[in-house]
Design a protein around this ligand. Structure first.
Ligand SMILES: Cc1cc2nc3c(=O)[nH]c(=O)nc-3n(C[C@H](O)[C@H](O)[C@H](O)COP(=O)(O)OP(=O)(O)OC[C@H]3O[C@@H](n4cnc5c(N)ncnc54)[C@H](O)[C@@H]3O)c2cc1C
Length: 393
């Protein structure tokens, strides 16, 4: 292999290019990115703890630079119709501005002499002269779309709506706030990603989307409306937009991860759901798995690509399964908000993916579990009292 072309200079494409340069110093690697340097959408992202160790093994310099640029918080606050519950515990809580993550990776690409061609949108991947084309071009991937049938890709849309805003409101800890309004069910996840700016992801279900009239508003009107709905959480501060608008998220999956000399990684291969804070981690781990397979079968590209899919499927499946359980939970959250009190909803939320067993909850969030148990015991006691009364009737 002499030449690799990476389409997409997001986290997965840049991280792949960095590792490719280290592992295959004699192979030419270049990245094509449609956006100008230092431009992107959205605000901060949470980098889930589990992935950081792998980033460090794969590229210690990049992992250290990402850690150094992250903003760490502890604990979080869960609130339901104004009743707030502090959830102390959990491990690493790092968030980073998406642009800071990209700049960190871009700087390293520059330092390692990897050409990143900004403002170059690739419309037809087959126009590129390369032995390997890496489709790291996100949910709307042109690589995937060009070979939809062969990739066996499917796409459908969730019914909830969300917008990725920022705000200058400082949240000492990340918050997750659910509220029932006269228009229906709304919720927001917010966390600081720097000393001065926080990420604010606002969401609602399909019913609230229509009843509130959000479906008929302009992007500016939607932002103003969101500021009113979440005025309490925002402490009166405005929202910030970075190409932010309300969208319904696609669910994209592919049966085949490679077609000929074209291979997909990151969101191009499997779209994320932000609620488990792992889209970037999954995307960057795809890049690591692809590099490892290419290194093991350097002289046999089809074998390397087949091994990439075969070896990496089980690990990806675990995270994708967690993501699916999480978006299914959010798709039904309106009913849960109507029937559960704050602590019960918080417990239901924390156990929604099945990855946090009760034992782990007791270990990592003992104070929260104490509060939950107190509530549960009170409920059991009142139920047995009611049963005794009914038995006597
Ligand atoms: C609201 C929201 C909140 C999120 N929060 C989190 C979070 O907290 N934690 C987390 O880990 N993840 C989060 N994510 C997901 C995360 O942003 C993605 O999973 C991650 O960015 C995937 O990286 P990627 O490199 O695969 O794709 P992308 O980041 O989408 O990068 C793709 C790149 O390709 C470029 N491109 C596309 N088409 C072309 C073309 N034809 N030619 C040239 N360039 C092209 C794009 O401009 C872009 O720079 C969130 C997503 C959303 C929508």
């Amino acid at each position: 292999m002499k030449k690799i072309a990476v389409i997409g200079g997001g986290p997965s494409g840049l991280f792949f290019a960095l590792m490719a340069r280290r592992r295959f110093p004699n192979v030419a690697v270049e990245v094509f990115e449609q956006n100008p340097f230092s431009a992107t959408f959205g605000f901060g992202i949470i980098l889930a703890e589990g992935g950081l160790g792998r980033f460090r093994d794969a590229d210690p310099e990049a992992a250290d630079a990402i850690m150094a640029a992250s903003y760490i918080t502890r604990d979080r606050v869960f609130s339901h119709n104004g009743e707030a519950i502090n959830i102390e515990g959990g491990a690493y809580g790092g968030a980073i501005a998406r642009i800071k993550l990209l700049n960190t990776l871009q700087d390293l690409c520059h330092a390692r002499g990897i050409p990143v061609h900004y403002e170059q949108r690739i419309e037809n991947p087959d126009m590129l002269d390369a032995d390997l084309i890496v489709g790291a071009d996100g949910v709307n991937s042109v690589v995937r779309r060009a070979y939809e049938g062969q990739f066996g890709s499917s796409c459908w849309y969730l019914t909830n709506r969300m917008a990725w805003y920022g705000t200058t409101t400082h949240f000492p800890s990340p918050i997750l706030s659910f509220k029932t309004t006269k228009f229906g069910h709304f919720w927001a996840a917010a966390y600081p990603h720097s000393e001065t700016t926080s990420t604010f992801v606002a969401e609602c279900d399909a019913d609230a989307w229509a009843r509130s009239g959000l479906n008929r508003m302009t992007a500016e009107q939607r932002m103003a409306f969101s500021e009113q709905i979440f005025a309490g959480e925002l402490d009166g501060q405005p929202l910030l937009s970075n190409r932010s608008d309300w969208i319904s998220l696609p669910v994209i999956r592919c049966k085949n991860w490679w077609v000929g000399h074209r291979v997909l990684i990151g969101d191009a291969l499997h779209s994320p759901h932000p609620s488990i804070g792992s889209g970037t981690r999954i995307a960057m781990e795809d890049a690591i798995a692809l590099i490892d397979a290419l290194a093991d079968y350097a002289d046999d590209l089809p074998r390397a690509l087949a091994e990439y899919q075969r070896r990496h499927t089980p690990e990806t499946a675990k995270l994708v399964d967690a993501m699916e359980k999480s978006y299914e939970w959010y798709e039904q959250v309106g009913e849960k908000m109507d029937s559960m009190d704050a602590i019960t909803l918080a417990f239901d939320f924390m156990t929604r993916t099945g990855r946090l067993s009760p034992q782990r909850l007791y270990r990592e969030y003992p104070k929260f579990m104490q509060k939950y148990e107190t509530k549960w015991n009170a409920w059991q006691a009142s139920r047995s009292q009611t049963e005794t009364v009914l038995a006597g009737v």
